[in-house]
Write a new protein. Structure first.
Length: 313
């Protein structure tokens, strides 16, 4: 039992610097998000579209609440000091935020009270930003890549990197190093990640499928702007969830592979693979930060009510 606790303490100490880096980068991303939101284009709507204005306020509040609840979840899991929970904390925090956004979409769907819209077929892909969808797809593939590395090179208990090599004297040797993102740490994190993907899919269906309060051109234009805003946040959140799992796993893989066999093996048993994994981790980190910026950035196209004086003029 004491050995297990020792391994968990090692994991906590190894991941703590990553959390510090994440906090610093998150602050930088918040500044970038605010800068990115400057110079927005207001979408002017008539007063009778007040429900859309209320829906926009609800989307904004749900995004703020999603960030706060996500951070609270990360802190709560990290504060336990348990290795598995610390490893799962980043992706769990993002998934909590995604579920909060989905609940916001459910609330918007219940606000429709006006006449039925005309016959139309709204598709999810009509509202999903293509660029962010590609980024989120790449980050999802990074999760699968990190999981493949972790599972193929793990030891019997799934907590250490396992390898065999030859000593400088020519003797056969084997060893391991930890922490390692094997099945022990990956299993709960991957489960939470899959919940996040399911929540994203559900939320996108809600965005595209919720009813309109009418079919006039102004309403459709404003409503579609709000749907694109909501869909963009969900897709960026899915990418952030993937990055929150892939980046720590790839960074730890890089550190372990690059120094495997130090002091025991004649040469690194994994050759230059550690350098390759490190380069991939850097690219994935940049894409993850971009997704974080897109989650934090207010949408440039905001709905603004037309004043009564403007209508009379």
């Amino acid at each position: 039992m004491s050995n297990i606790w020792h391994k968990q303490e090692v994991v906590m100490l190894a991941l703590y610097p990553l959390f510090v880096v994440v906090v610093v980068l998150a602050g930088a991303c918040l500044v970038a998000a605010l800068v990115l939101s400057l110079g927005g284009r207001p979408v002017v709507v008539d007063g009778h579209l007040g429900r859309l204005l209320r829906a926009q306020d609800l989307v904004r509040r749900s995004r703020v609440l999603a960030v706060l609840l996500g951070l609270l979840a990360v802190v709560a899991l990290a504060a336990t000091g348990r290795g598995r929970l610390i490893a799962t904390a980043p992706v769990a925090g993002v998934v909590v935020g995604l579920l909060t956004l989905v609940l916001g979409q459910l609330s918007i769907g219940r606000m429709a009270t006006g006449p039925a819209a005309g016959l139309e077929h709204r598709r999810v892909r009509d509202y999903v930003p293509r660029g962010q969808a590609v980024v989120s797809g790449v980050l999802a593939l990074a999760v699968l890549g990190a999981a493949t590395i972790g599972l193929r090179l793990q030891d019997a208990d799934g907590q250490q990197l396992s390898y065999a090599c030859t000593t400088p004297e020519g003797w056969a040797a084997s060893g391991g190093s930890s922490p390692w993102f094997g099945s022990f740490y990956l299993a709960p994190a991957l489960l939470v990640w899959l919940v996040g993907l399911a929540a994203t899919a559900w939320g996108l269906r809600l965005v595209a499928g919720r009813p309109r309060d009418g079919s006039d051109a102004d309403l459709v234009r404003a409503d579609d702007a709000l749907r694109r805003w909501s869909a963009g946040a969900l897709v960026a959140g899915a990418g952030l969830a993937s990055g929150a799992l892939a980046v720590p796993a790839l960074l730890i893989s890089w550190m372990r592979l690059a120094h495997a066999g130090d002091g025991m093996c004649a040469t690194n048993p994994f050759g230059a693979s550690g350098t390759v994994v490190g380069a991939v981790a850097a690219v994935v980190g940049v894409l993850t930060l971009w997704s974080l910026v897109r989650v934090l950035a207010p949408h440039r196209d905001s709905l603004v009510a037309r004043l009564a004086t403007e209508v009379s003029a």
